[in-house]
Design a binder for this molecule. Structure first.
Ligand SMILES: [Zn+2]
Length: 213
């Protein structure tokens, strides 16, 4: 049995009680967790397990391995509290979903250019494309479409495509259905006001940066 990923059922929890299922030196696993491990361009959460700071959270197949501070006293079977930095997580969720909307809008309205990268931190999100010219030329139109989706405060469905394989998707009815194992907000309005910025990565490669206001 791999860890129960409660961050999917309820991405709004910042605290949970869990059990330690294995301890190998400073690496532990849990029976359930709210602590997201880096995946799909979304950063790991920050926080503690049993009062010990988590130094690294890493996916290993369907399992998540947490590296905690050396010198801990955790043992298999211990009951622990898992706490995450909610302010960081919520910024990640809002920026992650803003990036999802930008990507879908660019795909749907500008001939599906090739995506060559994406990354989300709590400061900003970015999506990189193969693109001739300045991608900021589309910003006025793109921003209007984006603001419309946000201001309509549309419900976001998050669920399993295939529960055994742990494949997830998000969907906004009438707009898009997209595979993603990240943590998603419930309504588009949670993103709030955003700003777009252009960067050039060299010939034919353009970056869209997204900031929360
Ligand atoms: Zn996602």
């Amino acid at each position: 049995m791999s860890v129960l990923k409660v961050f999917w059922q309820d991405p709004y929890l910042s605290e949970i009680d869990a059990g330690v299922t294995s301890v190998k030196s400073d690496i532990i696993t849990l029976d359930k967790t709210i602590f997201y491990a880096f995946s799909g361009g979304q950063q790991s959460d920050s926080g503690t397990v049993g009062g010990y700071e988590v130094l690294k959270a890493e996916k290993s197949g369907m399992e998540i391995e947490y590296t905690i501070e050396p010198g801990h006293s955790l043992k298999k079977g211990d009951k622990v509290k898992v706490l995450i930095d909610w302010e960081k997580r919520y910024r990640l969720m809002r920026l992650h979903f803003a990036a999802e909307l930008v990507l879908e809008l660019v795909y749907q309205n500008y001939n599906r250019p090739e995506k060559i990268g994406a990354n989300i931190t709590k400061e900003k999100a970015r999506v990189d494309f193969c693109w001739d010219g300045r991608i900021s030329d589309i910003f006025p139109e793109l921003k209007n479409k984006l603001d419309e989706l946000i201001h309509k405060d549309l419900p976001v469905i998050s669920a399993f495509d295939d529960e055994t394989a742990q494949r997830r998707f998000w969907e906004i009815e009438g707009f898009a259905k997209v595979s993603c194992g990240g943590t998603h907000i419930k309504r588009t309005g949670e993103i709030g006001e955003i700003a777009l910025k252009r960067d050039n990565l060299g010939k034919g490669k353009e970056r869209i940066e997204i900031y929360l206001m």
